[in-house]
Design a protein around this ligand. Structure first.
Ligand SMILES: [Zn+2]
Length: 335
């Protein structure tokens, strides 16, 4: 941020440009609080601490948030950019002073352009934020009895052996009823959740293509880590089905991010476990952004190789490739 002569002036535009919403969420320990789908986050509104699990939407690309339930009626902004969000989180009040104090706080915790905004006289300093401990996924106290012979598997090219190994099947009871349930184990090998894959457009629209329990923190789990951890090389993909297809191509050393974002927890686990990483995210805008971000964070710490899915008849994600094509794309690992 350029230094300015006028001490009362702050470059709000530069601040919005340079500080991502994820940085703000990280500051408040809220990264695992939201469900992510591409650049969109959804979760309980952390500002008014409430109600439904879809009350707050954040668009990472636009750097914008909106509370769809109570914030506005509680006299808060209830939407806007990172400055509005921080002003609401800190209850700095409406108006330009609230925005200035939010900017000051953001500059303090990101270390950008420190001290260019004087606090209005007599304003109490905001209490320093205490980061919350990272959320934990508790082991499940039950396991689902699943029907393993559903035709969906064959349609997706998933073999009975894969169904058995990954413990997949149709749920006929509970919140995953009518969905293909995918058991999720944490890094210790404890069952912590089931993801439910919708089988038709209607249930995908109602509960999402993948349904996950509201208290599940996907940033704290690297899917299939407990089976991959004894290999030196990790193949990192986005989704469950990418994972299954890479396994069928001959590689059990594959983990899924369940999205395109690598959390600090994921990075720590990867760095302490593996000696090299093969990145094979989807070849679409979100996947390419994720690849760039992960490369930036890992390249000077571990050997990273990127597999770009190009030239496979337009297939843009690993689960659309045949086992033979995947084996060819990863042949360098067997050489
Ligand atoms: Zn709200």
């Amino acid at each position: 941020m350029p230094a300015t002569k006028n001490k009362n002036w702050v470059d709000f535009e530069a601040l919005k440009r340079n500080v991502s919403f994820l940085t703000i969420l990280e500051h408040y320990g809220l990264v695992g609080h939201f469900k992510q789908k591409g650049n969109k986050l959804t979760g309980k509104c952390p500002i008014h601490k409430g109600d439904s699990s879809t009350s707050c939407h954040i668009d990472l690309e636009k750097g914008a948030y909106r509370c769809f339930t109570r914030c506005k009626s509680m006299g808060l902004r209830g939407g806007g950019n990172i400055l509005d969000f921080v002003a609401d989180m800190e209850k700095f009040g409406l108006g330009q002073e609230g925005i200035k104090r939010a900017a000051k706080l953001i500059m303090e915790f990101t270390g950008t352009g420190q001290g260019t905004v004087p606090l209005p006289a007599g304003t109490p300093r905001p209490a320093p934020h205490k980061p919350e401990p990272p959320p934990e996924n508790k082991p499940l106290a039950f396991s689902l009895h699943l029907k393993t012979d559903h035709p969906y598997f064959k349609e997706r090219g998933i073999t009975p052996e894969t169904v058995r190994l990954f413990g997949l099947g149709l749920a006929e009871k509970g919140m995953m009823t009518g969905r293909i349930a995918i058991p999720i184990y944490d890094h210790r090998g404890s069952l912590v959740a089931y993801a439910g894959r919708a089988l038709d457009a209607k249930s995908a629209e109602e509960g999402g293509k993948y349904k996950l329990p509201a208290n599940f923190h996907k940033m704290q789990v690297l899917y299939n880590y407990h089976r991959a951890k004894d290999f030196p090389t990790l193949i990192l993909v986005e989704g469950f089905f990418d994972c299954f297809k890479v396994y069928q191509a001959g590689f059990l050393n594959v983990c899924a991010l369940m999205g395109t974002a690598m959390s600090d927890f994921h990075a720590g686990l990867i760095l302490k476990t593996f000696t090299q990483v093969v990145l094979m995210l989807d070849n679409d805008p979100a996947g390419r952004r994720g690849t760039g971000d992960i490369l930036n964070r890992l390249y000077d710490k571990i050997f990273v190789r990127v597999v770009r899915l190009e030239g496979f008849n337009g297939a843009s994600q690993p689960d659309q490739l045949s086992e033979r094509e995947l084996a060819a794309a990863l042949a360098f690992l067997k050489a």
